[in-house]
Ligand binder design. Structure first.
Ligand SMILES: Cc1cc2nc3c(=O)[nH]c(=O)nc-3n(C[C@H](O)[C@H](O)[C@H](O)COP(=O)(O)OP(=O)(O)OC[C@H]3O[C@@H](n4cnc5c(N)ncnc54)[C@H](O)[C@@H]3O)c2cc1C
Length: 397
C-alpha cells in the first residue's frame, strides 16, 4: 500500500464508546475464552452435545454470548441496537439468522421474515440493505442436485420452482423499495446454483442500480475470475453488478470434504494467497466502479485500509454510495466505528432470531475466532486497552 489513509483503527475510545463497563467486562470474558483453542473447542463441543440431547441451554447462551453478537430474538427486539448503531453513523443489516429450517413451511417462513426486514429497512433510517441465505429458502440437497445437473423428479422440480419464486419475491420487493439485497455465499457444492440464480435476478432487477448483490468468497481459487466474468456479463447485458466480497467462512469444511471425496480443494492453500486475491478483487471493483457497487465484508484491517486508499486514489468521496464497509455485530468495532466517524458508509450485520435457532451462527463465530489466528487476540488486545484507558481516566478525574 503506497499511501496511508487518515483513519486509524487504534482509537478504542471511539470503538467502544457505546459499551458500558459491564459490557466491556463481558466482551473481555467472551474473547478470553475463545482465544484459548481448547477451551473454545470444549465449550462449542458441549453446546453441540447439549443441543443434540435437547437440554435447555438457551438461558446460558443468552446471558453469555447472544447479546454480544445478536440484536434480539425478533425484529422488534433489535430496535435499540439499530438505534444505538445509528447514533454513531453505523448502519444495520438485519440478518434473520435462523439456519436449518428444512421444510417447505420453514422456507416460506424465512422468505416472509426476509420480506419483513425489507419493509423495516424501507421504514427505518440506517437500514440500507437486506440479506438472506439461500439455504434458509431451499434444501441444500436440492441445490446440490441442481448444481450436479442431476435429473430432478417431479417433486424436486416443483420444489426448485418454489425456490425461484421465493427469491424473486424477495428481490422484487427489494427493487420496489430500492433496498439492495445481499445473497450470502455458502459451500462450493451449492454455490454455482446460487450464482446462476443471483445473475438471473441481477439481469432483472439491477437495470437502474445494484439491487441484487452476489457474494464472492476470495478464499476460493475460482472467485476472482468469477467476479471478472460476472462484470463482463453485466456489461454485456447492461445491468449493474452488486458484489459483496468476503474471504469465506467454510474453510475447514471445504478442505475436509475435498480430502474425503478425493478432489482438489477449491480453497487457496495459504492465507497470503487468499489475502492477495481479496485485495485484487477490491481493486477490480474500484477500477470498474462505473458498473460495480461493492461491499467489503471483512474484519481485516489491511483490506479495509486498502479500500480507503483505493477510493482516495480514484478521488472518490468517503461517502460514495457505491462503496460499503461491513462487519459483524460484536466484532471489529475499532474498524466500523472509526470508518463511520470518518464519513464512510459502514454497516453491521445484526443477526436476530430465537436463541436456539441462531446457535449455528454463534458456533461459526466461535470456530472462526479460534481457527483464524490473530482475530480474537486482536479483539482482546483492544478490549484490554480500552478497559485500561477507562481506569486511567477515572483515576485522573
Ligand atoms: C459483513 C460480512 C458478511 C459476511 N458474509 C459471508 C458470506 O456470505 N459467506 C461466507 O462464506 N462468509 C461470510 N462472511 C465471513 C467471512 O467470509 C470471513 O470468514 C470472516 O469475515 C473472516 O475474514 P476477514 O476478511 O474478516 O479476516 P481475516 O481474519 O484476515 O481472514 C480470515 C479468513 O481468511 C481465510 N483463511 C484463513 N486461513 C487460511 C488459509 N490457511 N488458507 C486460505 N485461506 C485462509 C478464511 O476465509 C478465513 O475466514 C462475512 C463476513 C462479514 C464481515
Amino acid at each position: 500500500m503506497e499511501a496511508k489513509p487518515a483513519v486509524s483503527f487504534e482509537d478504542t475510545a471511539v470503538a467502544f464508546d457505546y459499551k458500558s463497563d459491564a459490557a466491556m467486562r463481558k466482551a473481555n470474558l467472551i474473547f478470553s475464552l475463545v482465544n484459548h483453542p481448547w477451551i473454545s473447542a470444549l465449550a462449542t463441543g458441549s453446546v453441540k452435545a447439549a443441543l443434540w440431547l435437547r437440554l435447555p441451554v438457551e438461558p446460558l447462551i443468552k446471558t453469555m454470548v447472544f447479546d454480544h453478537f445478536c440484536g434480539g430474538e425478533s425484529i422488534e427486539k433489535t430496535e435499540s441496537v439499530v438505534k444505538m448503531l445509528g447514533n454513531y453513523g453505523v448502519n444495520t443489516i438485519l440478518d434473520y439468522s435462523v439456519e436449518g429450517a428444512k421444510s417447505e413451511e420453514g422456507f416460506d417462513h424465512a422468505m416472509e421474515e426476509t420480506l419483513h426486514t425489507i419493509e423495516k429497512a424501507h421504514r427505518v433510517e440506517n437500514i440500507p440493505f437486506s440479506v438472506f441465505k439461500i439455504t434458509g429458502l431451499a434444501s441444500a440437497e436440492l441445490l446440490e442436485k441442481v448444481q450436479q445437473n442431476a435429473e430432478l423428479n417431479e417433486d424436486e422440480r416443483k420444489a426448485f420452482e418454489r425456490v425461484r419464486y421465493r427469491m424473486d419475491k424477495i428481490c422484487k420487493q427489494a427493487h420496489a423499495y430500492k433496498i439492495p439485497v445481499l445473497l450470502d455465499a455458502e459451500e462450493s457444492w451449492i454455490q454455482d446454483t446460487i450464482d446462476s440464480l443471483a445473475y438471473e435476478l441481477m439481469a432483472k432487477y439491477n437495470k437502474e442500480q445494484a439491487i441484487v448483490f452476489n457474494t464472492y468468497q476470495l478464499y476460493r481459487t475460482a472467485s476472482l475470475k468469477n467476479l471478472k466474468d460476472a462484470f463482463h456479463e453485466a456489461a454485456m447485458h447492461n445491468y449493474f453488478l452488486g458484489a459483496k466480497l468476503v474471504r469465506g467462512a467454510y474453510l475447514e469444511k471445504e478442505r475436509a470434504r475435498a480430502e474425503q471425496m478425493g478432489y482438489v480443494s477449491p480453497i487457496y492453500p495459504d492465507k497470503d494467497s487468499t489475502d492477495l486475491a481479496f485485495n485484487q478483487a477490491l481493486q477490480f471493483c474500484i477500477d470498474n466502479k462505473q458498473r460495480i457497487s461493492v461491499m467489503c465484508g471483512s474484519h481485516n484491517e489491511y483490506s479495509n485500509y486498502y479500500l480507503m486508499v483505493l477510493m482516495e486514489k480514484h478521488s472518490m468521496k468517503n461517502s460514495d454510495n457505491r462503496v460499503w464497509f461491513a462487519q459483524l455485530y460484536g466484532m471489529s468495532d475499532n474498524i466500523s466505528f472509526s470508518l463511520a466517524k470518518a464519513g464512510y458508509r459502514v454497516a453491521k450485520y445484526v443477526p436476530y432470531g430465537p436463541v436456539r435457532s441462531v446457535l449455528p451462527y454463534l458456533l461459526r463465530r466461535a470456530d472462526e475466532n479460534t481457527s483464524v489466528a490473530g482475530q480474537s487476540s486482536r479483539e482482546l488486545m483492544l478490549i484490554h486497552k480500552e478497559i485500561k484507558r477507562r481506569k486511567h481516566d477515572r483515576k485522573g478525574e
